[in-house]
Design a binder for this molecule. Structure first.
Ligand code: TXA
Ligand code: MG
Length: 343
């Protein structure tokens, strides 16, 4: 049953539910009736509504403070459902069977059942089949596709736990399904496949560009829009509404190609130093790392939760190191650059 309940305050506060059969049935009913439910996915938590109900989807934008021009991802329960919401093509089917359920989102021409509010008036729709077992059960019980952006206030770090969702949106929504900490920790990779001959990477994410290229047998282009005021080549304004400043903590972040342990060991104690790999020699309370061995999957898993924790502290600045290599380095560095951007 319910784990945490409403507080005695005047404003409603979200309840957090465990994934019992009874809770899932109740949350599925609420979704069918047009309510919002925050849901776990393997990437980050999402804020879900019935994707076929325009009014329900409009409430997502209100709760997040999200501009109406930023379209939502539609989550489906089976590969078969892809054909109901989008015009698929052979390249899309190949990627779907290779990576679904999983952290890959395909942008394709939309079918009329998807309301305009979901796609921000575009003729394309972003679709993914998530892997989290609780969300898959909920999709099945709700018996309809669910539109869901990340469950954070617009522009802030994406949530990887139910607690992050409650912290960020607890006063705006009523229901949060707890599925534990997100396994991947970083959002899905978005590929534009409207032209299957020319696949384009709109957002790096949980599946590497190289593995997508391998399955398609062709390279996946990265549109070269630069992030303003960021000194590195990055993927800029790609997916609509992906502003340069996105995933931003309140604490300023300074990026480094390599952090020096010697410098960190002499740094003022109001500066946090965030390494990719565990630093064995020094045990100072302002030195942090994302993964014991520096593995990019482990680093991705902890990225948002560690940034969120640091942001709750009183650090004057966070010095963060870019990921040097690994399958998810491109996605990690994209998020770090956006978090560091002050645009
Ligand atoms: O892993 C994920 O993708 C998570 C979980 C909850 O599934 N969702 C997520 O949603 O990251 P959101 O809204 O934070 O990011 C979705 C991105 C936005 O940048 C949006 O612009 C892009 O997808 N997008 C949605 N529809 C699109 C379309 N038709 N064409 C191009 N980009 C689209
Ligand atoms: Mg988001």
């Amino acid at each position: 049953m319910k784990r945490a309940s409403r507080t005695g305050g005047r404003r409603p506060v979200a309840s957090v539910y465990r994934g019992t059969p009874r809770n899932l049935a109740m949350l599925a009913r609420l979704l069918r009736e047009g309510d919002l439910v925050a849901v776990p996915t393997e990437t980050v938590y999402g804020l879900a509504a019935d994707a076929l109900n325009a009014r329900a989807c409009r409430r997502i934008f209100e709760a997040k403070g999200r501009p109406a021009a930023d379209p939502l991802i539609v989550h489906i329960q089976s590969i078969r459902e892809l054909e109901l919401v989008a015009e698929a093509n052979p390249a899309a089917r190949r990627l779907a069977s290779a990576f679904w359920p999983g952290p890959l989102t395909l942008v394709l021409p939309k079918k009329p059942v998807i309301p305009d509010v979901v796609t921000a008036g575009r003729s394309s729709v972003a679709v993914r089949m998530p892997a989290h077992p609780l969300l898959r059960r909920l999709l099945k019980l709700a018996a309809r596709p669910l539109a869901a952006p990340s469950a954070n206030p617009f522009g802030y770090l994406s949530p990887t736990t139910a607690e992050h969702v409650r912290h960020g949106l607890g006063l705006k929504i009523r229901h949060i399904l707890d599925g534990g900490p997100a396994r991947i920790g970083i959002e899905s990779t978005i590929v534009d496949l409207r032209n299957p001959e020319k696949p384009r990477l709109l957002r790096p994410g949980g599946i590497s560009r190289a593995s997508i290229a391998r399955v398609l047998g062709r390279t996946v282009a990265v549109p070269t829009v630069r992030l303003r005021s960021v000194a590195h080549r990055g993927v800029g304004q790609l997916a609509p509404g992906q502003l340069a400043r996105h995933y931003s903590p309140h604490t300023p972040i300074v990026l480094h190609r390599r952090l020096s342990l010697a410098a960190a060991s002499k740094s003022p104690l109001d500066e946090a130093w965030l390494f990719i790999r565990k630093q064995l020699k020094y045990n100072r309370k302002n030195i942090f790392w994302l993964d014991r061995t520096g593995d990019s999957r482990g680093a991705a898993r902890r990225l948002f939760s560690l940034l969120q924790r640091l942001d709750e502290g009183t650090w004057r600045v966070i010095h963060a190191e870019l990921a040097p290599d690994g399958a998810l380095a491109e996605a990690i560095n994209d998020r770090l650059r956006r978090a560091a951007s002050r645009d």
